[in-house]
Design a protein around this ligand. Structure first.
Ligand code: NCD
Length: 300
């Protein structure tokens, strides 16, 4: 498989997904065997928004494959601060790197950037849009813990602004998954995402309360309320802290429930869940490395 750009999870077929996950599993089993796959290749990291996991795991992945990275650095320290456009920035960096990883606060930024450059662009999050590589590592984690077919998945929290949610929901339509969405009324899935799920024939339900559906779930994917995307801080305060799970609540869940979170968490998952067998979110974050190695290997 060869990807030109990775912009949205909507374009990923079951075959595309399984090819990356299978390769990630091979890498996980024997990381040393892939140590020179990217020798001499450079990945450009262009992050216009904060990142810990995504940026560091792409950096790790490129280096573990024998390649290297160049980093635009923070917006504050780059020429973006002087008013340079996104188009100009990526046109310059494509001259230095073999592929670009781009995170940007505007929805559609990765698509736009891909129209200005010839090297592959990987969307590492575009505003409230998409985050397809997070989805690949989410699916990898899910496949390892619960399998990907014949499962019931709850996705809870900020379904409106959460780009990891939009990507994951789209990708799950490739599998035999019943999807339950749990959120306050004001943070329900955007109409376009709901429309796409409907078009894909997805099996979807929406709920206000987790208790209604918790006992049926094989996977619970918890997300942070995306404070930085609220136009009005008061609206954020109205919903902050409302959707929080702790170990006691999870007593109503199946014994083998998998709790996931793309991280960072604020207070949606109480620390007492960390010590239970439900908690898979740190392992999920670690899976970012083999999965991004597999993706880079297939692209470059
Ligand atoms: C997510 C993101 O940036 O969308 N973080 C990540 O990449 N793991 C989730 C979030 O910020 O809430």
């Amino acid at each position: 498989m060869r990807h030109d750009h990775v912009i949205s999870a909507k374009g990923l077929s079951r075959g595309d997904i399984e090819a990356v996950l299978d390769r990630a599993a091979e890498i996980d089993a024997d990381p040393g065997a892939f140590g020179d796959r990217l020798a001499g290749r450079l990945l450009g990291l262009c992050f216009f928004e904060p990142s810990t996991r995504t940026k560091m795991s792409f950096d790790t992945a490129a280096k573990r494959l024998g390649g290297d990275t160049i980093d635009m650095g923070s917006v504050e320290s780059s020429s973006v601060k002087k008013g340079e456009s996104l188009a100009d920035t990526v046109r310059v960096i494509e001259g230095y790197a073999d592929a670009l990883v781009l995170r940007h606060p505007s929805e559609g930024a990765a698509k736009l950037a891909s129209e200005f450059v010839d090297v592959p662009v990987i969307n590492a999050g575009d505003g409230a849009g998409q985050h397809p590589t997070q989805t690949l590592l989410d699916l990898y984690t899910m496949r390892e813990s619960s399998g990907l077919d014949d499962i019931t998945v709850g996705i809870m929290g900020d379904l409106k602004y959460g780009r990891t949610v939009h990507s994951l929901a789209a990708a799950l339509t490739n599998f035999d998954v019943q999807q339950h969405f749990i959120s306050p009324e004001s943070l329900r899935l955007p109409t376009n995402v709901r429309y796409d799920l409907h078009e894909a024939g997805a099996n979807v339900r929406e709920h206000r309360d987790l208790v209604d559906v918790l006992p049926a779930l094989d996977v619970l994917y918890v997300t942070r309320i995306q404070r930085e995307r609220f136009p009005d801080e008061n609206e954020y305060r109205k919903v902050a802290g409302e959707y929080r799970i702790d170990a006691e609540m999870l007593e109503a869940a199946k014994d083998d429930l998998t709790v996931m979170h793309p991280l960072p968490r604020v207070d949606e998952i109480a620390p007492d869940v960390d010590d239970t067998d439900y908690a898979h979110y740190f392992e999920q974050a670690h899976n970012g490395v083999p999965v991004r190695m597999a993706l880079l290997d297939s692209m470059l």
